[in-house]
Ligand binder design. Sequence first.
Ligand SMILES: [Fe+2]
Length: 214
Amino acid sequence: MDGGAAAIFPTISFMSTASTPRFGLQDYIRSIESILARRPSDRVIIREVSQATKRLCADDRWLEEQFRVGSPDGYNRHLLHRDPQNRFIVLSLVWMPGQMTPIHDHSCWGLMGIVEGSLEEVGYERLDDGTRPGYAELEEGRGSDVGRGSVAYLLPPHEEIHRIGNTGDGQSISLHVYGRDLDEVNVFDQTSGKVSPMRIKYYSPECGDQPFVI
Ligand SMILES: [Fe+2]
């Protein structure tokens, strides 16, 4: 066989979009696994997972109806994936108008993309040196609206205290990925300076419709 044999096979171009693979949740999870397998710095993780997050959120058809369910009692967390090696979790959060988080931190890298609607995110800078247990002095930074096509990130130790809320008139849905199994965060009272641990609750497909606390 010589090299000329390849010339008898014509190149075929498929014009149908049906042959184009869609980037769905499983593709997103595989992308993050691939990035983390290289053990890069948190800053590199943010940059690369940000691109994957934008790609996933460009099309919302991958998010099933059961993970789009909100609650009048507060924004709903749905667990979409927990990494078997506990390197990251993926959640969808459903926000009704007026629902918002307290000021909180994460102690890990994190990213938020928007699947539906938009959210306001406000970051906070810590002014004290962190040596007084249970106390923090915070300064509110500029708020920004995060919409479809935008990504917000958390990068400890200086860019991880924030609050998020739905200030619009309709429901919003966000996609979140965190660099640990997020079972507890710190909540900040900006007026008193008090810092309190808060357990995180979310709904898991592993547990049917029942909410559970991790
Ligand atoms: Fe957060």
